[in-house]
Structure formats: structure tokens, C-alpha cells
Design a protein around this ligand. Sequence first.
Ligand code: NAP
Length: 304
Amino acid sequence: MRKVIIIGGGPAGLSAGIFLSRDKIPTLIIEKFSCGGNMLLTENIENYPGFPDGISGFELSENMKKQFIKFGGKIKNGEVEKIKLEDDKKIVKLKNGEEFITDVIIIASGSSRKKLNVKGEKEFTGKGVSYCAICDGAFFKEKEVAVVGGGDSAIEEAIYLSNFANLVYLIHRRDRLRAKKYLQKEAQNNEKIKFILPYIVKEIKGKEKVEYLILQNMSNHNITELKIDGVFISAGQVPNTEFLNGILKTDEKGFIIVNERMETNIKGIYACGDVIKKLLYQIITACSEGMIAAYFAEKYIENL
Ligand code: NAP
């Protein structure tokens, strides 16, 4: 029995956990992989306050985790299968069969990379198709790679990959990039990054591993081939909400709808971070939402 169970140990979940455990509320974070969430996929975080020289995603994750544990917070490795509601109690069931009863759940399960859903993508995942430049970039030393997407993540990944690869193609479906202007400038000034706009990937091809992409020009619909050694897919995020089985209100893309107190449509269930529908997806906003969820969860517990 824990007063609060937090699903997900990214910046939102850890911030909520730090707040609650500092206030002596027994709090358990259930995390599928390692604490840090998408922060772990970022080499250097430059827009989180307090670190004038930037901080690695790994180090910031470790610091937040240490702070949570220091105040008595507990972390359990496991994947949530479902949430069951019984009167005022909530039960969190893990895939290994374990169950935890709690008064309050804070969902901070974040988001994962969206798939392109093109032929060859699944087949070559781990054989040249990657969703994480930080994890796999070093395998492509002096090779030629492509990044698909035009948002902040795609541009950051292209810049990161240029540290290893000889050439990085940035393939985006429109003429205009979505990424922040300063990132666009940095990529445009990088001699190793070549923009391929407006193109989509139709197919990923190869024998044992990825060898080339079939691309389609979005203006004239012409098809071309692009020889590459690897492709990094950075085409946005999908919320990690499979375990909810439709019990919470979401938008059409599956992002959880919350009010300004981070309350969902079920009393005692809060949500925060990249899993919610909102306007800004940043580490600092995730932390702030985690703190808000914790604050109102604490008020809810006081009134039980
Ligand atoms: P994003 O901003 O949603 O960008 C996704 C990109 O992928 C868009 O350019 C989109 O094209 C493209 N795309 C989507 N579906 C596609 C498909 N099926 N085929 C080809 N291209 C496709 O996602 P993100 O870059 O992962 O960023 C997520 C959030 O985190 C954003 O709010 C971002 O600002 C934030 N973030 C911030 C930082 C930072 O502050 N340094 C770093 C990383 C992420 P269209 O443009 O045509 O829609």
C-alpha cells in the first residue's frame, strides 16, 4: 500500500515524486526502463535552468532520481499492464502479475517515437533503422545516414550524428522545417548536413541491413533512391497510454486531457508531462506539471 503511485520516472514523474516524498508521503515510481525518460535521449540539455554550461540528459536524470531517493522515494522496475478501480482504491497491475493498491495515481508515462509505418521499417529496426541517435549514433562512424523529420528532435539528432557520420541527410515532408530557428541555422551551417525537402520515405530497403531509401518528392511525386547506411526516424511522438484501456479522456491522438490542476476525468488520477495534451513539450514544463500534480494530489489525500 502506497499513498501515491507514479507511473513513469521521467522529469514529470520524478518532480512529482520529489515534491511528495519531501512532504513525507510514501511514494512509489514504477518505471519500465531507466529513470529519465526522453531526457536520456538528449546529449546536452541547454535550456534547463541552473546549468549555465548545459548538462547531459543522463546526468540530469541521475540527479533528479537521487533527489527523489534522498527524500525516501522508492522506485520499482516494471511495466504497468492496467489500472483497476475499486471504490476509492486504485489498483496498479504490472505485466509480471504484481499488484499495488493506492489512493492516488499520477500518470507520467511520457511518449515514444512515432513509427513511419512504411515497408522495411519494422524488418530493419536494429539493422540500420533507429529511433535514438544518442543510443546508436556511434555505430555510424564515417558512414552516411538519414534523419526523417523536421522538428526540434530531428534537427538535434542530425547535428549530433554529424559528429560521427560523414554525411547526414535530413529528409522532411515539407519545404519548411518545424524546428526552432536557431537549430535550423545551426544545421544549415553544418557542412555535413544536406537537406532533402520536400520528400517522404516510401520504403526502406536492403538485404541483411538497410542499404537505401525509396523517396518520393511531395511536389512533383517523382520517386528516387537514396543510398545510406542507416536511418534515424524522428517524426514526432505518440503518448504511452496502452495500459489505460480507455478509462481516461484523451484527445484524438491519445494524449490525456487534464485541467490546470493536472486532474484527469477520474478523481485521484492525475497526469503530467509528455503524456498529456498541451502546448509545450519541454523538460521544464514536464517538471512544473509534475509539481502541480503532486501539490493537488497531496490536497486530495488530506481530504480522504
Ligand atoms: P514534432 O515537433 O512533433 O515534429 C515531428 C516532425 O516529424 C515534424 O516535422 C513532422 O512534419 C514530421 N512528421 C510527422 N509525421 C511524419 C510522417 N509520417 N512522415 C514524415 N514526417 C513526419 O516532434 P519532435 O521533434 O519529436 O518534438 C516533440 C516536442 O518536444 C516538440 O514540442 C518539441 O518542441 C519538443 N522538443 C524540444 C527540444 C528543445 O527544446 N531543444 C528538443 C526536442 C524536442 P510536419 O512539420 O510536416 O508536421
